[in-house]
Design a protein around this ligand. Sequence first.
Ligand code: PLP
Length: 503
Amino acid sequence: MSSPVVFPFKSNILLDRKSSRHLYLQLCDQIIGYIKSGKIAPSTKLPGSRKLSEDLSIHRKTVIATYDELMSQGWIESIPARGTFVSKDLPIISPKKLKETSTIDSLKNTSGFEFRKRHHLVRKGIETIQASLKIDDGVPDHRLAPIEDIAKIYRNITKKTYHQHLLNYGDTYGNIELRRALVIYLNQTRGLKITEDNVLITRGSQMGIYLASQLLLNDRKTIIAGNTNYMTADNTFTEAGGIIKRVSVDEYGMNTQEIESICKQQPIHAVYVTSHHHHPTTVTLSAERRMHLLDIAHKYNLAIVEDDYDYDFHYNNAPILPLASNDHHGNVVYIGGFTKIIAPALRIGYFIAPKDMIDEAARLRRILDRQGDTLLEQTLARMIHNGDVQRHSNKVRRIYKARRDLFCTLLREKLGDFFDFKTPKGGMAVWVQLKKPYHWDIVIAEALKQDIAFNPEWRRYDNDNSGHNGIRIGFAALNEKEIIAFIDKMILVMKIIKVKPTE
Ligand SMILES: Cc1ncc(COP(=O)(O)O)c(C=O)c1O
């Protein structure tokens, strides 16, 4: 192999200013050439954009455009606070040929200005993977959504002239009919004791998590979360400037003794808890720990951010009432929504808290999203009033229970040698650990060959690197035929991997 490229690139890069090819594309071509030829090895640190632009006597924006293009093609990666590196895992397929692009065209892809980029929020996701069966981590089956009912009511509302005002700017807190309907619905079904002053309508639970984080976690305040935890919530806390402290999670949920010990040692502002079914492991927070957590919150003046994302799906017995139903001192911010009962695209959720917090959350929400979809909110209010939501929730609960039972029975019978799991009492996913010496990376790669896509970011809930070998497998969005197809293909996958388990 010829000698490696020495940084700075000055003497290695030749840019032709007279060429019709834009400078940043010339620079891309040459860096890719060096990477492909092995002259620049994987993981090599690249010079900063300022340094390289000075070395090559070109504008810094040209270098930034080059790095962005290389990053989007997967040749290089940016590691926050460390710099830009040649990717460890280089693209397997050769990159699409950079087309001859005019300066005007290139502007469409590359901004001529700097802006803040959040590389830590880049997600690989499963969307772009081609496979006939995609395995999610527990989402509802959108095919069951009562779309006809929704459309009928929506149409009806828009027809009535006295509803015309709903097309205007409205209340940042959300449609008043829906807020009132929610007061009755949540007080009846979850034992809350709220009035409409305690309700802010959001666009799904995620907006609630965001608002709570922004209000609670400024100035590097600390929030306690489980190890492991729902990654998007973790990202939202960090984005708000908060620090996350972890406590362990066992079969009774988050360890509240650990929470109290931390509270004794340092100021804590909040605890994030998915009490009904811990995300990702699906366990329910025990009654004893619920009481303990509420005591801790009162004693140390902290907020409990209770994310009750899948309250409606509990199969073995009645759902357990949320912490919010026992909150006598205004410590709980209760977050939920209709995205799981009805459909993820129906972006309606609620943020329930003491009035002073609701008022502040509404002010903050106003600068992000002036108001929600008032007509859809009105539609949902009607659906709650006339019992459609409850009927639909009962219907899908029965379907998901049957799917959970089939999925867990087959997984245990046919693949029990490879996987450890407990049948979840509720929710839409099973937490499945691979037995030693199997590894999800290998299983996922082989599964893809059999046309089954798992999310390549299966470790995403392990933000503290505990090194578990677990994955959430969603069963709710798979019908009977799909569950059987999944199990059959996984039997094949495990046969191909052909390693005998040691335990
Ligand atoms: C634990 C948890 N919280 C919140 C959300 C966000 O839900 P929504 O779609 O209502 O924003 C999800 C979505 O999957 C979730 O799993």
